[in-house]
Design a binder for this molecule. Structure first.
Ligand code: HGY
Ligand code: MN
Ligand code: MN
Length: 421
């Protein structure tokens, strides 16, 4: 069969047609492309995706965690399956490629396998994972997290800013919360995946800067999220002398710059971002009494990440004290740092070499469903370049020829992994 996998290519016109059609399904009232988890546009896009998966030749069924799972049967149904996929939900005001390239790319691989009459030894599962993007419940990768047994009953009690429970949102979406938690059972035993490979856009500038069409991911960054509550003293903004104020927003502003400096000082891959400040009471004539601040830090170096958390907390507290403001800091881990499997990394890169495709090893500052599926089996990721390194914005763009190259490499890698012991 060695000759046949060489025929696995990718038809750019089909990929472009799928990308264009899916990008028409979005929230009309939001700029860019918005299909947030559980939303109407997301429901509509999932119905569209289910049809596309079926038309591509997959046996499709939503699993109990809300993932769309398409199966291309292999010669040996008892063998542990190959798995690929990604997500089709977006951030608010996002782009057309983040996650989507991995799901639609996998469909093109399926079409290529069928058209070239290549039946793998193993079942190939193509998954559109539920809700990869971070959401109002502060929990990303809902579908892959559930499959990996990392979604807990306590998580279902998380509430968004409107007070809605995550468990209730699952129920509104037609999923039984207890079945969501049970989704991992089948995966941990007999049907444990053999290998997982995800195709994704890089969402950063490295590949474009180095003029390389393919990135082979070395590790996925760990993410630590911080909620800091600054408690000062509300006072009349017209009468309280500056030196006597306990201005919670001034302390928070100092903290925003401290967060930024931690990222700028990182000797390894490390980044730090403040994304939200909520100041109360928010009236122009009242010195802010309470401020809530949302921030996160990421790194592929767990040692740097935990040390930076400690440094950050200390500096924020010291600077808040100097303002006469108290501060309470809560941390939550969105995901641990996860290295890619060296064996899968080797298969991807040697397959790229055999195809004459230039590639570079790259860390992933973005998280992906792969970080959770890596708990079930050896994982690898393939990146294609992002124009200007932009993502999570309407300007997000990847060239069709790069996407086609990534799909070709994904297909050939899956054939190689199919035979891997
Ligand atoms: O946050 C991330 O890195 C991913 O886009 N959800
Ligand atoms: Mn993504
Ligand atoms: Mn994303």
């Amino acid at each position: 069969m060695p000759s046949k996998p060489d025929k696995l290519t990718a038809v750019p016109e089909r990929i472009e047609a799928d990308l264009t059609e899916l990008s028409r399904i979005r929230d009309p009232d939001s700029n860019g492309w918005t299909r947030t988890v559980f939303s109407e546009p997301y429901q509509a896009s999932r119905a569209w995706m289910r049809t596309r998966m079926t038309n591509a030749g997959l046996d499709v069924h939503p699993d109990s965690a809300g993932n769309l799972v398409g199966v291309l049967p292999g010669r040996n149904p008892a063998a542990r399956p190959l798995v690929t996929g990604s997500h089709t939900d977006t951030v608010r005001g996002g782009g057309r490629f983040d996650g989507i390239v991995g799901v639609l790319g996998a469909l093109e691989v399926v079409r290529q396998l069928i058209e070239n009459d290549i039946q793998l030894e193993r079942d190939l599962l193509v998954i559109d994972f539920l809700g990869e993007e971070s959401n109002g419940f502060g929990l990303s990768c809902l579908g892959s997290r559930a499959l990996a047994g990392e979604l807990s009953a306590a998580d279902l009690d998380r509430k968004d800013h409107r007070g809605t429970r995550l468990g209730d949102r699952y129920a509104d979406f037609g999923l039984d919360p207890s079945d969501v938690l049970a989704a991992c059972s089948g995966w941990a035993t007999a049907r444990r995946p053999h290998r997982y490979v995800e195709l994704h856009i890089e969402q950063g500038p490295l590949l474009e800067e180095r003029n390389v069409p393919i990135g082979v991911v070395t590790a996925i960054a760990g993410i630590e999220r911080m909620l800091a509550t600054f408690t000062g003293r509300p006072d009349h903004a017209g009468t309280m002398p500056m030196a006597d104020r306990r201005d919670a927003l001034v302390a928070a502003a100092e903290a925003v710059l401290t967060v930024r400096q931690q990222g700028c000082d990182a000797p390894v891959h490390g980044v730090a971002t403040t994304s939200r400040l909520v100041s109360e009471p928010g009236s122009p004539n009242v010195v802010p009494g309470v401020v809530r601040m949302q921030a996160e830090m990421r790194s592929v170096d767990p040692g740097w990440l935990s040390a930076a958390q400690l440094r950050l907390a200390e500096e924020i507290k010291l600077k808040a004290e100097a303002c006469g403001v108290g501060v309470d800091i809560e941390w939550s881990t969105d995901n641990e740092c996860r290295p890619a499997s060296p064996a899968v990394h080797e298969t991807i890169s040697s397959t790229a070499d055999a195809m004459g495709i230039a590639w570079e090893p790259v860390p992933s500052g973005a998280t992906h469903d792969a970080v959770h599926i890596a708990r079930l089996c050896p994982m690898g990721m393939i990146f294609v370049p992002s124009r200007g390194g932009r993502s999570h914005c309407p300007e997000e763009w990847s060239d069709l020829n790069h996407i086609a190259t990534g799909i070709q490499l994904l297909g050939r890698t899956l054939v190689e992994l199919d035979g891997a012991p």
